[in-house]
Design a protein around this ligand. Structure first.
Ligand SMILES: [Zn+2]
Length: 490
């Protein structure tokens, strides 16, 4: 008994002194003023909202690389540069496309929108079903026909973030996909009230078209049946019966570059320096779109300039005091368009994948209650490393001491938040991965996600938490282990 007690006391003291020794040496390098300056710069209208697949994202990436250089990170991208370029395959509706209803030409994006691209010429009668949810769709013969229905929000959950962005997609999934599978040659949704309300947001997404990597199923448009949306005012013409649709839809397919910005701090331990702690953020936001409250630039300050500024601050700290392991900073391109940059880097890392010991991803880390935060990747079954999660929790206790709201990490959470950021492609490859976030807010994906709405004191605490965790991982004798029961729910 005594002996056990004595041993546990000794362990307790050893643990205590180890915790003290683990205090990261360069906390002072993380300064609120730097974070603020960097967020204001990156979220400035100068970068036009950094939309992936445009020059604006590349300009912002160049700015980030210049910060890497000034801070003293070594290039760790391709060919001795800070950059890892990759190709996005874009498909967009050609502006030579035409659609008419009952012989009257419609104005694209004002009267009609194309939600699903298809290269197709159509001249056919329309079967109008009325309100989608009121019809027994299984009983309707749709093969070879153009099927129109009124959108219907039954069962659509407006608690999901910003429903306007998702309404069209939810209707298509709920009512359209099955009818297309059964051979409908086109689907037309007529706006209900929510469709009208979401029109301005939806068409901005439709106009962008699709983004894909080489080899993705969506790199080329293969659909032969389009999905269209009409304004509520078109209902009368459809209800009268014998309506006809004439459409000539053309799709432009073209490659456009996106880029990951990659820098490193070499480790000091001859044995461990070949291993890397990877810090992750993303460059892109949502560009210039429909104005809301008088602003058309979707600045992406919290999403994700704040995390990028945090990475720059952590970089300053590791440059000042390198750790035993090396540290890699990867700010990914085209996250908002489908986690493309992280998919590319995870598949083609510039250091061996087996040497990446952990991914610490920052995604929206500067808003909401000052004392609350969330750690994604901490809940089974997608918790993939107990050791890494324990290090992050210890780092929180020793530093910022946030109250953690990990309900957002639950596999049952309606937002499915774990599956929506750049740690995911790494987790899929069994790299211990976590994500730091202060979660959604009403300004998410709007022009009001701007630099003046960030809580910089909180952003600094989140940055310190990420730095403290990274320091622990980079200094530890053993790398974080992957849980044997790790399983992604999707
Ligand atoms: Zn984001």
């Amino acid at each position: 008994m005594k002996r056990i007690l004595l041993l546990s006391l000794m362990c307790w003291f050893a643990g205590g002194s180890r915790a003290h020794a683990a205090e990261p040496p360069a906390l002072g390098a993380i300064r609120e003023a730097d974070l603020k300056r960097d967020v204001y710069a990156l979220a400035d209208s100068h970068f036009n909202g950094r939309s992936a697949g445009t020059l604006d994202e590349l300009k912002a990436a160049t700015w980030l690389a210049e910060q890497y250089r000034a801070i003293g990170l070594k290039p760790a991208g391709d060919d001795g540069t800070y950059f890892q370029f990759f190709t996005l395959w874009r498909n967009q509706l050609s502006d030579r496309s035409t659609i008419s209803l009952n012989g009257t030409p419609l104005t694209m994006w004002r009267d009609v929108a194309v939600a699903q691209l298809a290269r197709v010429t159509l001249d056919a009668p329309i079967v109008y079903l009325g309100k989608a949810a009121d019809v027994d769709l299984a009983s309707v013969d749709v093969a070879g026909r153009v099927v129109a229905m009124e959108a219907n929000p039954a069962e659509f959950n407006p608690a999901m973030s910003l429903p306007t962005w998702r309404y069209a997609r939810s209707q298509q999934n709920k009512f359209g996909v099955e009818l297309l599978r059964r051979g409908a040659v086109a689907i037309i949704f007529v706006n209900d009230e929510m469709g009208e309300k979401s029109w301005d947001d939806s068409i901005e997404n439709f106009k962008l078209g699709t983004y894909a990597l080489d080899g993705d199923a969506t790199a080329q448009v293969t659909a032969t049946a389009p999905v269209l949306w009409l304004r509520a005012s078109a209902k009368t013409a459809l209800q009268a019966g014998q309506a006809t649709l004439k459409a000539s839809l053309l799709v432009d397919t073209f490659p456009y570059p996106s880029v990951n910005v990659v820098g490193k701090v070499a480790g000091t331990d001859s044995r461990l320096a070949s291993e890397y702690v990877l810090y992750s953020g993303h460059t892109d936001a949502h560009g210039v779109r429909n104005p809301i409250k008088g602003d058309a630039v979707y600045h992406g300050a919290d999403d994700n300039a704040g995390a990028d500024a945090a990475l720059l601050a952590c970089a300053r700290a590791f440059v000042r005091n390198p750790a035993r392991r090396s540290v890699l900073f990867v700010i990914h391109g085209a996250e908002e368009r489908g986690l493309h940059g992280s998919r590319v880097f995870a598949a083609h890392p510039t250091v061996p994948l087996k040497d990446i010991v952990a991914v610490l991803n920052g995604e929206m880390i500067g808003r909401n209650d000052p004392g609350t935060a969330t750690l994604l990747g901490s809940t089974p079954p997608h918790r993939n490393s107990d050791t890494l999660v324990e290090m992050a929790l210890a780092a929180n206790r020793e530093g910022p001491n946030f109250t953690l709201d990990n309900s957002w990490d639950s596999p049952a959470h309606i937002e499915g938040w774990y599956f929506r950021s750049d740690h995911l492609p790494y987790a899929r490859l069994n790299v211990p991965s976590i994500m730091y976030t202060t979660v959604l807010h009403p300004d998410y994906h709007t022009p009001q996600d701007s630099a003046e709405n960030i809580d910089y004191t909180k952003l600094k605490k989140m940055t310190e938490w990420m730095y403290r965790t990274g320091w622990k991982v980079a200094e530890a004798q053993a790398r974080p282990a992957v849980n044997s029961d790790f399983k992604l729910e999707r």
